[in-house]
Design a protein around this ligand. Structure first.
Ligand SMILES: Cc1cc2nc3c(=O)[nH]c(=O)nc-3n(C[C@H](O)[C@H](O)[C@H](O)COP(=O)(O)OP(=O)(O)OC[C@H]3O[C@@H](n4cnc5c(N)ncnc54)[C@H](O)[C@@H]3O)c2cc1C
Length: 388
């Protein structure tokens, strides 16, 4: 069996290693445009819920990921009126995206997967000469775009703007801070992923982007602005850029998951949203389902691809629906910041996906509920929006 995987991100590498474990004789190639040791972004959260699936699928890489993870519990959430310490919650571990890729690459190569680096695939002709072609090439998937009509792709951009930075500021706990600045609204999510480094994702709504003339700023000016808005959080440490360009996140969906012997997984199939912090895990779980489906009917690729969707769709759609509720919440966060007091605001945030109800809040955040439950419906924010 010959399998070509387009994209050496988490989903492509993980699928390749799982498939090679099951089919040692198969010829499996991963094609990655970045040089070895280069990627975008900084650390990612791999929430502990769901990690057991990775353990079952490949205990070796699971253990290496766990060993490389920096585990944090609890978090601070800052509303302009008040900072709350949120005890509890399954925040779990964070790992450098690059480290995760290196673990998966090493495992692939030990099993005999062939990986080519540093060449962007432009011509699908040679790639498509295989029994199976896996489009694991991310949210801007070229494989998907080349067969867009057949996949039935729909795509739109969210209105918020966002950039993914790193910083050497060590946060003892993950932090989510909502700040007003010069009449605009910003939110930052920061968490440590090693003793030395933290991820710092900054976001603003479209009115802020326009009114503060961020569209006319250079990347360096935007970075300086974020450092100013979140000076209290950063405490003098600068942000670090790694292709940290401000952009609107796309929302990509596909009516078909496969077309002939081509199949999409990970962000190429359904774009994720960082606010539920599970894009990588979802992408890796796609890889598990595809490898399982292949094992069931290795001699019948169309049946395997149909079975992949049948097995994976129910669980995945729940996560996609949760992500949608979450990004829709973020699209209107300034109104909530301005109309809800700190405690009702945090409750609104915690319950935004519809998957967390009273019972789960009580089970996951007992200390938070004991401290703040009685203030859940208290009055709206009295704080004026800071003048421009
Ligand atoms: C700001 C931000 C923060 C995030 N934080 C988290 C988090 O905390 N936790 C989490 O789980 N997820 C997080 N995510 C989401 C996560 O990064 C993605 O969901 C995940 O990387 C998807 O994996 P993938 O393998 O499908 O795609 P990708 O990781 O995008 O990998 C695709 C790969 O394909 C390669 N490629 C693309 N086109 C070609 C081509 N033509 N030829 C060769 N190679 C090609 C790319 O170089 C890339 O390496 C975040 C995303 C963003 C934007």
């Amino acid at each position: 069996m010959k399998i070509n995987v387009l994209g050496g991100g988490p989903s492509g590498l993980y699928f390749a290693l799982l498939a090679k474990r099951r089919f040692p004789e198969a010829d499996i190639c991963v094609h990655e445009q970045n040089p070895r040791g280069a990627t975008y972004g900084f650390g990612i959260v791999l929430a502990d819920r769901g990690l057991d699936r990775l353990q079952k699928a490949d205990p070796v890489s699971y253990q290496a990921i766990v060993d490389a993870s920096f585990v944090t519990r609890h978090r601070f959430m800052t509303h302009p009126d008040e900072t709350l310490f949120i005890e509890g919650g399954g925040y779990g571990g964070s790992v450098a995206r690059l480290k995760l890729l290196q673990i998966l690459e090493a495992r692939c190569e030990a099993l005999g997967v062939h990986i080519t680096y540093g060449v962007r695939v432009e011509d699908l002709g040679a790639l498509e000469k295989a029994d199976l072609v896996v489009g694991a090439d991310g949210v801007n998937s070229m494989l998907r775009k080349r067969h867009e009509a057949a996949f039935g792709t729909t795509s739109r951009l969210l209105t918020n703007h966002l950039a993914w930075y790193g910083t050497e500021k060590h946060f003892a706990y993950p932090v989510m801070s909502y700040r007003r600045h010069a009449g605009g609204h910003f939110v930052a999510v920061a968490y440590p992923y090693s003793e030395r480094m933290s991820t710092f994702v900054a976001e603003c709504d479209k009115d802020t982007w326009i009114n503060l003339h961020m569209d006319a700023m250079s990347d360096a000016e935007r970075q300086a602005l974020v450092e100013k808005v979140f000076a209290e959080e950063l405490q003098g440490q600068p942000l670090i850029s790694n292709k940290s360009v401000w952009h609107n996140l796309p929302v990509v969906r596909n009516r078909q998951w496969s077309v002939g012997h081509r199949v999409l997984i990970g962000d190429a199939l359904h774009s994720a949203h960082p606010s539920i912090g599970s894009g990588t895990r979802i992408a890796m779980e796609d890889a598990i389902a595809l490898a399982d489906a292949l094992v069931a009917t290795p001699d019948d690729i169309p049946a395997a691809l149909a079975n992949f969707r049948k097995m994976r769709e129910p669980g995945k759609l729940k996560l996609v629906a949760a992500a949608e509720k979450s990004f829709n919440w973020f699209e209107t966060f300034p109104v909530k910041v301005d109309t809800l007091g700190a405690v009702p605001f945090i409750f609104d945030y915690l319950m935004r996906t519809g998957r967390v109800g009273d019972e789960r809040l009580q089970a996951e955040y007992p200390e938070f509920m004991a401290h703040y439950g009685h203030r859940r419906h208290e009055g709206v924010s009295t704080q004026e929006v800071a003048p421009a």
